[in-house]
Design a protein around this ligand. Structure first.
Ligand SMILES: Nc1ncnc2c1ncn2[C@@H]1O[C@H](COP(=O)(O)OP(=O)(O)OP(=O)(O)O)[C@@H](O)[C@H]1O
Length: 575
């Protein structure tokens, strides 16, 4: 096979049309010598002739012409493109909305309100909620009431397909909307919404954004947004939750006021902090028994103060010191950063997993020592956390809430003022809390604000009248089991079936209920769980309370016994 260099030499020689001696020489070389020897002898001659051709005056002229011509063509092409984009750009304003950003949700919701969006003929079926539990376009016949939507299950809906382009008119401007789907990091599906408005004036885009934001905020009025960090360690909208009324959370006297007043005062004191050079940050450490309302009060406060909640999950496996630092510095100004179970990030064995194992130990204590322990996967170090909380990158204006069930295990550096300014102890339920929880459960909504209303709606004598018993007997079974049968789902409401009690009556029953609940023995979550079984039977809830207390005490004693014996097994296995 001929060497490529040899072939190239022949072509160059033929092209150069140079003296036949060279060709002859090449031919002679090609035919008479081996390929290897031809290669070694012919190269210098052909190369020289080729170079001399290249640098000859006429050839240089041709080169120059070619360069000039090519240059002009390319410049014209670029100029044409530039002018095209310039002219196009002066008529159109293009805005892109990335799926990760809240503005994407605003736009999707706004678009869902546009008639042309609803008339799209090429559609994608979706159950996505765009942060609002509402869908882009509801199927005809579905309720279009946003507040109702917020409280409902996921709905099936459709989105105009990403393959086609959609047009609509906004304030007499033609708008083109394109949904672009692309593959992002780790092959993740990413969506970008491109909105192109035919207008020379930027104001129209501002108006559109403001309109979209307003529609979204109106829809969001009764909700708080919850954000979590994704695998790329950026904040992602996870859900919108209905605001929890503060009055539904019953704490010991003064705690709620202390928290709300302090947080309000902090949010209004930016200038005060700046004038004194104090970092504009506030930390609250809520500690105490599980199920005492720590998380609930944080969500309640977020709703009350109109702040979004950013959950920092310290035990997430992909989170290390650097990522945590980035996350904290990426927090928006004025938000609640929530770190739950802050102790778990630094302890090797999670307490709750141990508790679960203790329960399982009841079945087979012997195997306890062989059971694998759940290990915290956190790579965050204490110094990393401290640095993230008040290092240079730490966001100003944020309120930090940290919760823990193991206050004593926390490092004092983490708890010091400046990091955790206010420490609040959440205890087991007091009698006062038991009473107020009962009132929250059974006070008819319309009477919650009219506590003095004395008008009895139901007979007041005794726990429950015989007629009432008879009237409610048919429903009492349903309350203890699953309350909704598919056949009678429509119009179901436990409020509708619950007896309407006056506030005075509720107060009397609440006092009786509190009387049956021992002070600081049960968590509020446990009391709530008990009352849930009596949603429509306030009298029975009071009547059965002493029995429930007895049962719970017996169960707790059993659990204690089990945990002591499992600890003994552990100790034995260690020794
Ligand atoms: N003080 C309270 N008032 C009203 N409801 C409460 C209260 N405490 C707990 N609950 C109810 O108990 C459940 C659990 O409460 P929550 O998650 O706030 O407790 P927690 O103290 O954060 O528990 P954990 O330490 O296990 O995270 C919720 O459904 C909440 O409604």
């Amino acid at each position: 096979m001929a060497s490529p260099i040899l072939i190239a030499q022949q072509i160059f020689s033929a092209l150069s049309n140079s003296n036949s001696n060279h060709i002859g020489c090449l031919n002679a070389t090609a035919t008479n010598a081996t390929l290897h020897s031809a290669h070694s002898t012919a190269l210098p001659i052909s190369a020289t002739s080729f170079i001399s051709l290249l640098v000859s005056y006429s050839a240089l002229q041709e080169w120059l012409k070619l360069l000039l011509f090519g240059g002009i063509l390319e410049s014209l092409r670029r100029l044409g493109l530039h002018l095209y984009y310039k002219i196009y750009g002066s008529f159109f304003i293009t805005a892109r909305f990335e799926e990760d950003d809240s503005s994407f949700d605003w736009m999707m919701l706004w678009l869902s309100k546009q008639p042309s969006w609803k008339n799209a003929r090429d559609v994608e079926i979706s159950t996505r909620s765009f942060g609002l539990n509402s869908n882009a376009v509801l199927i005809e016949g579905e309720e279009d009431d946003l507040t109702a939507l917020l409280n409902r299950d996921r709905q099936l809906a459709y989105l105009p397909s990403e393959a086609s382009v959609h047009h609509l008119w906004y304030k007499r401007h033609w708008v083109r909307v394109t949904r672009i789907i692309r593959q992002g990091y780790n092959n993740r599906r990413e969506e970008v919404l491109e909105v192109c408005i035919l207008s020379t004036n930027h104001r129209i885009l501002n108006q559109l954004l403001l309109d979209a934001k307003k529609v979204y905020q109106t829809a969001q009025q009764n909700t708080i947004s919850i954000y979590t960090s994704d695998s790329n360690n950026s904040w992602r909208h996870m859900a919108s939750r209905p605001k929890r009324p503060l009055k539904s959370i019953v704490l010991d006297h003064g705690i709620k006021d202390l928290l709300i007043d302090d947080a309000r005062d902090f949010l209004a004191s930016k200038a005060w902090y700046a004038a004194r050079g104090i970092p504009f940050r506030r930390g609250y450490l809520l500690y105490g028994v599980p199920g005492s309302g720590k998380t609930s009060i944080i969500h309640g406060l977020a709703g009350e103060l109109g702040l979004d909640v950013y959950i920092v999950s310290l035990s997430r496996s992909l989170l290390d010191d650097t990522a945590l630092n980035e996350l904290i510095s990426d927090l928006p100004e004025k938000c609640i950063a929530l770190m739950e179970d802050i102790d778990a990030a630094f302890s090797q064995t999670l307490k709750r997993d141990l508790e679960k194992e203790d329960e399982e130990a009841a079945k087979d204590i012997k195997d306890e020592k062989d059971k694998p322990k759940a290990l915290s996967t956190s790579k965050v170090s204490l110094s990393g956390l401290l640095n993230a909380l008040d290092g240079v990158g730490a966001q100003e204006g944020r309120i930090l809430f940290a919760t823990t069930n193991k206050y004593s295990s926390l490092d004092p550096a983490l708890c010091r003022p400046g990091r955790m300014d206010i420490h609040v102890h959440f205890k087991l339920a007091s009698k006062y809390q038991a009473r107020e929880l009962y009132r929250c459960f059974y006070l008819p909504e319309e009477e919650e604000h009219a506590d003095d209303d004395e008008s009895p709606v139901i007979a007041d004598s005794g726990y429950v009248s015989e007629e009432e018993k008879a009237a409610r007997s048919s429903s009492s079974d349903e309350d203890t089991a699953f309350p909704i049968k598919s056949a009678d789902f429509s119009g179901y409401s436990h409020h509708a079936r619950a007896p309407k009690l006056s506030s005075a009556k509720v107060a009397t029953l609440a006092a009786k209920f509190a009387g049956a609940i021992p002070e600081r023995e049960f968590s509020m979550a446990a009391l709530q769980g008990y009352l849930m079984a009596f949603k429509t039977r306030p009298y029975d809830a009071v009547r059965d309370a002493p029995e429930w207390v007895k049962k719970e005490r017996a169960e707790m004693a059993k659990k204690m016994e089990l945990s002591t014996s499992s600890e003994a097994v552990k100790e034995n296995s260690e020794t």
